[in-house]
Design a binder for this molecule. Sequence first.
Ligand code: ADP
Ligand code: MG
Length: 238
Amino acid sequence: MAAIRIDNLRKGFGSLEVLKGINLDIADGEFVCFLGPSGCGKSTLLRSIAGLEDLDGGSIHLGDRDITDVASAKRDIAMVFQNYALYPHMNVRKNLSFGLALNGMKRDEIDRRVESAADILRIKELLARKPRQLSGGQRQRVAIGRAIVREPKLFLLDEPLSNLDAGLRVTMRVELAALHERLGVTMIYVTHDQVEAMTLSDRVVVLDKGKVSQFGTPLELFYQPANLFVAGFIGSPR
Ligand code: ADP
Ligand code: MG
Protein backbone atom coordinates (compact mmCIF):
# COMPACT_ATOMS: atom_id res chain seq x y z
CA MET A 1 0.00 0.00 0.00
CA ALA A 2 1.18 3.49 -0.75
CA ALA A 3 0.08 6.98 -1.50
CA ILE A 4 1.09 8.39 -4.84
CA ARG A 5 2.00 11.96 -5.72
CA ILE A 6 2.44 13.25 -9.24
CA ASP A 7 3.94 16.69 -9.88
CA ASN A 8 3.80 18.56 -13.16
CA LEU A 9 4.02 15.42 -15.27
CA ARG A 10 4.51 16.08 -18.97
CA LYS A 11 4.70 13.62 -21.83
CA GLY A 12 4.39 13.94 -25.59
CA PHE A 13 5.01 11.88 -28.69
CA GLY A 14 6.95 13.93 -31.24
CA SER A 15 5.07 17.20 -31.68
CA LEU A 16 1.94 15.79 -29.99
CA GLU A 17 1.60 17.00 -26.38
CA VAL A 18 -0.36 14.33 -24.53
CA LEU A 19 0.09 15.06 -20.80
CA LYS A 20 0.31 18.79 -20.17
CA GLY A 21 1.36 19.14 -16.54
CA ILE A 22 -0.54 16.62 -14.43
CA ASN A 23 -0.69 17.13 -10.64
CA LEU A 24 -2.31 14.47 -8.46
CA ASP A 25 -2.28 13.37 -4.83
CA ILE A 26 -3.78 9.94 -4.28
CA ALA A 27 -4.13 8.62 -0.73
CA ASP A 28 -2.95 5.29 0.60
CA GLY A 29 -5.60 2.63 -0.08
CA GLU A 30 -7.76 4.81 -2.29
CA PHE A 31 -9.65 3.52 -5.34
CA VAL A 32 -9.27 6.19 -8.01
CA CYS A 33 -10.58 6.16 -11.58
CA PHE A 34 -9.06 8.07 -14.48
CA LEU A 35 -12.09 8.98 -16.57
CA GLY A 36 -12.17 10.72 -19.93
CA PRO A 37 -12.91 10.29 -23.62
CA SER A 38 -10.78 8.17 -25.90
CA GLY A 39 -7.45 9.84 -26.71
CA CYS A 40 -7.37 12.20 -23.68
CA GLY A 41 -4.22 10.56 -22.28
CA LYS A 42 -5.51 8.08 -19.69
CA SER A 43 -3.34 5.16 -20.80
CA THR A 44 -0.29 7.36 -21.25
CA LEU A 45 -0.69 8.64 -17.68
CA LEU A 46 -1.09 5.12 -16.31
CA ARG A 47 1.88 3.84 -18.32
CA SER A 48 3.95 6.77 -17.04
CA ILE A 49 3.14 5.80 -13.44
CA ALA A 50 4.12 2.20 -14.26
CA GLY A 51 7.44 3.38 -15.68
CA LEU A 52 6.66 2.35 -19.24
CA GLU A 53 7.13 5.82 -20.80
CA ASP A 54 10.07 8.21 -21.01
CA LEU A 55 8.79 11.38 -19.40
CA ASP A 56 9.39 14.90 -20.69
CA GLY A 57 9.16 16.38 -17.21
CA GLY A 58 7.77 16.14 -13.71
CA SER A 59 8.09 13.63 -10.89
CA ILE A 60 6.30 10.66 -9.34
CA HIS A 61 6.48 9.61 -5.68
CA LEU A 62 5.21 6.31 -4.29
CA GLY A 63 4.97 6.79 -0.56
CA ASP A 64 8.21 8.54 0.43
CA ARG A 65 10.09 7.14 -2.52
CA ASP A 66 10.87 9.15 -5.65
CA ILE A 67 10.27 6.59 -8.40
CA THR A 68 10.60 8.99 -11.36
CA ASP A 69 13.80 7.35 -12.55
CA VAL A 70 13.27 3.88 -11.07
CA ALA A 71 13.00 1.01 -13.58
CA SER A 72 9.49 -0.31 -14.11
CA ALA A 73 10.19 -3.74 -12.60
CA LYS A 74 11.50 -2.16 -9.38
CA ARG A 75 8.52 0.12 -8.70
CA ASP A 76 6.34 -2.29 -6.65
CA ILE A 77 3.55 -1.57 -9.11
CA ALA A 78 1.49 -4.13 -11.02
CA MET A 79 -0.54 -3.35 -14.11
CA VAL A 80 -3.43 -5.15 -15.80
CA PHE A 81 -3.98 -4.18 -19.43
CA GLN A 82 -7.09 -4.11 -21.60
CA ASN A 83 -5.66 -6.65 -24.02
CA TYR A 84 -4.15 -8.91 -21.42
CA ALA A 85 -2.46 -11.93 -22.90
CA LEU A 86 -2.12 -15.14 -20.91
CA TYR A 87 0.58 -17.59 -21.97
CA PRO A 88 -1.50 -20.02 -24.07
CA HIS A 89 0.76 -23.05 -23.58
CA MET A 90 0.93 -22.73 -19.77
CA ASN A 91 -1.78 -23.76 -17.34
CA VAL A 92 -3.28 -21.26 -14.92
CA ARG A 93 -0.91 -22.14 -12.07
CA LYS A 94 2.07 -21.59 -14.35
CA ASN A 95 0.59 -18.36 -15.71
CA LEU A 96 0.37 -17.08 -12.14
CA SER A 97 3.77 -18.30 -10.97
CA PHE A 98 5.91 -17.73 -14.05
CA GLY A 99 6.87 -14.09 -13.37
CA LEU A 100 7.75 -14.83 -9.74
CA ALA A 101 9.92 -17.82 -10.67
CA LEU A 102 11.68 -15.65 -13.23
CA ASN A 103 12.59 -13.25 -10.42
CA GLY A 104 14.13 -16.12 -8.47
CA MET A 105 11.50 -16.36 -5.73
CA LYS A 106 11.55 -19.51 -3.56
CA ARG A 107 9.11 -22.33 -4.42
CA ASP A 108 7.30 -22.19 -1.02
CA GLU A 109 6.67 -18.49 -1.30
CA ILE A 110 5.47 -18.79 -4.89
CA ASP A 111 3.04 -21.57 -3.90
CA ARG A 112 1.73 -19.53 -0.98
CA ARG A 113 1.06 -16.51 -3.21
CA VAL A 114 -0.55 -18.54 -6.00
CA GLU A 115 -2.86 -20.34 -3.55
CA SER A 116 -3.80 -17.06 -1.89
CA ALA A 117 -4.54 -15.28 -5.20
CA ALA A 118 -6.49 -18.29 -6.51
CA ASP A 119 -8.52 -18.29 -3.31
CA ILE A 120 -9.29 -14.57 -3.49
CA LEU A 121 -10.28 -14.77 -7.16
CA ARG A 122 -12.14 -18.10 -6.81
CA ILE A 123 -10.09 -19.84 -9.49
CA LYS A 124 -8.66 -22.62 -7.32
CA GLU A 125 -10.42 -25.33 -9.31
CA LEU A 126 -9.02 -23.90 -12.56
CA LEU A 127 -5.29 -24.05 -11.74
CA ALA A 128 -4.61 -27.04 -14.01
CA ARG A 129 -6.50 -25.64 -17.03
CA LYS A 130 -5.04 -23.96 -20.09
CA PRO A 131 -6.31 -20.46 -21.03
CA ARG A 132 -8.33 -21.81 -23.97
CA GLN A 133 -10.36 -23.89 -21.50
CA LEU A 134 -11.48 -20.75 -19.64
CA SER A 135 -14.36 -18.32 -20.13
CA GLY A 136 -13.71 -14.60 -20.69
CA GLY A 137 -14.41 -13.78 -17.07
CA GLN A 138 -12.16 -16.56 -15.81
CA ARG A 139 -9.33 -15.39 -18.08
CA GLN A 140 -9.73 -11.90 -16.75
CA ARG A 141 -9.50 -13.22 -13.19
CA VAL A 142 -6.24 -14.98 -14.07
CA ALA A 143 -4.88 -11.74 -15.57
CA ILE A 144 -5.72 -9.93 -12.33
CA GLY A 145 -4.24 -12.86 -10.39
CA ARG A 146 -0.91 -12.36 -12.13
CA ALA A 147 -0.86 -8.86 -10.70
CA ILE A 148 -2.00 -9.93 -7.22
CA VAL A 149 0.75 -12.54 -6.76
CA ARG A 150 3.31 -9.77 -7.04
CA GLU A 151 1.79 -8.20 -3.90
CA PRO A 152 2.28 -4.71 -5.33
CA LYS A 153 1.97 -1.46 -3.41
CA LEU A 154 -0.05 -0.02 -6.25
CA PHE A 155 -2.42 -1.64 -8.69
CA LEU A 156 -2.98 -0.13 -12.13
CA LEU A 157 -5.84 -1.36 -14.31
CA ASP A 158 -6.32 -0.07 -17.86
CA GLU A 159 -9.90 -0.71 -19.02
CA PRO A 160 -9.62 -4.33 -17.84
CA LEU A 161 -13.29 -5.10 -18.43
CA SER A 162 -13.85 -3.47 -21.80
CA ASN A 163 -13.55 -6.74 -23.73
CA LEU A 164 -16.20 -8.48 -21.64
CA ASP A 165 -19.92 -8.51 -22.41
CA ALA A 166 -22.19 -6.15 -20.47
CA GLY A 167 -23.48 -8.66 -17.92
CA LEU A 168 -20.06 -9.98 -17.04
CA ARG A 169 -18.71 -6.44 -16.82
CA VAL A 170 -21.18 -5.63 -14.05
CA THR A 171 -20.28 -8.83 -12.18
CA MET A 172 -16.55 -8.15 -12.48
CA ARG A 173 -17.06 -4.57 -11.33
CA VAL A 174 -18.59 -5.84 -8.08
CA GLU A 175 -15.73 -8.31 -7.72
CA LEU A 176 -13.11 -5.62 -8.25
CA ALA A 177 -14.70 -3.50 -5.54
CA ALA A 178 -14.61 -6.51 -3.20
CA LEU A 179 -11.00 -7.20 -4.16
CA HIS A 180 -10.02 -3.63 -3.33
CA GLU A 181 -11.79 -3.94 -0.01
CA ARG A 182 -10.02 -7.20 0.77
CA LEU A 183 -6.49 -6.21 -0.29
CA GLY A 184 -6.73 -2.63 0.96
CA VAL A 185 -4.22 -1.69 -1.73
CA THR A 186 -4.16 1.60 -3.66
CA MET A 187 -5.84 1.10 -7.04
CA ILE A 188 -5.99 3.26 -10.14
CA TYR A 189 -8.53 2.21 -12.70
CA VAL A 190 -8.74 3.68 -16.19
CA THR A 191 -12.10 3.82 -17.94
CA HIS A 192 -14.04 5.89 -20.46
CA ASP A 193 -17.28 4.63 -18.86
CA GLN A 194 -18.74 7.18 -16.44
CA VAL A 195 -21.04 4.64 -14.77
CA GLU A 196 -18.07 2.39 -14.02
CA ALA A 197 -16.09 5.32 -12.61
CA MET A 198 -18.94 6.66 -10.52
CA THR A 199 -19.82 3.29 -8.99
CA LEU A 200 -16.29 2.04 -8.26
CA SER A 201 -14.31 5.05 -7.13
CA ASP A 202 -13.53 6.79 -3.89
CA ARG A 203 -12.51 9.67 -6.16
CA VAL A 204 -12.49 10.28 -9.91
CA VAL A 205 -9.89 12.13 -11.98
CA VAL A 206 -11.63 13.60 -15.03
CA LEU A 207 -9.08 14.07 -17.81
CA ASP A 208 -9.62 16.40 -20.74
CA LYS A 209 -6.98 16.72 -23.47
CA GLY A 210 -4.06 15.89 -21.22
CA LYS A 211 -5.12 17.98 -18.23
CA VAL A 212 -6.93 17.24 -14.98
CA SER A 213 -10.32 18.83 -15.44
CA GLN A 214 -11.57 17.86 -11.96
CA PHE A 215 -10.54 15.51 -9.15
CA GLY A 216 -13.28 14.70 -6.69
CA THR A 217 -15.68 12.19 -5.22
CA PRO A 218 -18.48 10.89 -7.47
CA LEU A 219 -20.95 13.04 -5.52
CA GLU A 220 -18.83 16.18 -5.96
CA LEU A 221 -18.56 15.57 -9.70
CA PHE A 222 -22.25 14.96 -9.98
CA TYR A 223 -23.50 17.87 -7.87
CA GLN A 224 -20.64 20.36 -8.28
CA PRO A 225 -19.05 19.80 -11.70
CA ALA A 226 -16.13 22.22 -12.03
CA ASN A 227 -16.86 23.06 -15.66
CA LEU A 228 -19.01 22.28 -18.67
CA PHE A 229 -16.73 19.46 -19.79
CA VAL A 230 -17.22 17.56 -16.53
CA ALA A 231 -20.93 18.34 -16.43
CA GLY A 232 -21.40 17.14 -20.00
CA PHE A 233 -19.24 14.07 -19.63
CA ILE A 234 -20.71 12.89 -16.33
CA GLY A 235 -24.26 13.68 -17.38
CA SER A 236 -24.16 12.25 -20.87
CA PRO A 237 -25.63 8.87 -21.75
CA ARG A 238 -23.19 6.07 -22.51
P1 ADP B 1 -6.59 7.17 -23.91
O1 ADP B 1 -6.04 6.03 -23.14
O2 ADP B 1 -7.20 8.23 -23.04
O3 ADP B 1 -7.55 6.75 -24.97
P2 ADP B 1 -3.86 7.46 -24.83
O4 ADP B 1 -3.08 7.83 -23.63
O5 ADP B 1 -3.78 6.08 -25.31
O6 ADP B 1 -5.38 7.92 -24.65
O7 ADP B 1 -3.40 8.39 -26.05
C1 ADP B 1 -3.36 9.80 -25.95
C2 ADP B 1 -2.85 10.35 -27.27
O8 ADP B 1 -1.50 9.97 -27.45
C3 ADP B 1 -3.61 9.85 -28.50
O9 ADP B 1 -3.68 10.91 -29.42
C4 ADP B 1 -2.73 8.73 -29.00
O10 ADP B 1 -2.88 8.57 -30.38
C5 ADP B 1 -1.33 9.25 -28.66
N1 ADP B 1 -0.36 8.17 -28.41
C6 ADP B 1 -0.43 7.25 -27.42
N2 ADP B 1 0.63 6.42 -27.44
C7 ADP B 1 1.40 6.83 -28.49
C8 ADP B 1 2.63 6.38 -29.04
N3 ADP B 1 3.31 5.34 -28.50
N4 ADP B 1 3.12 7.04 -30.11
C9 ADP B 1 2.46 8.08 -30.64
N5 ADP B 1 1.30 8.57 -30.17
C10 ADP B 1 0.76 7.95 -29.10
MG1 MG C 1 -6.42 3.96 -23.28
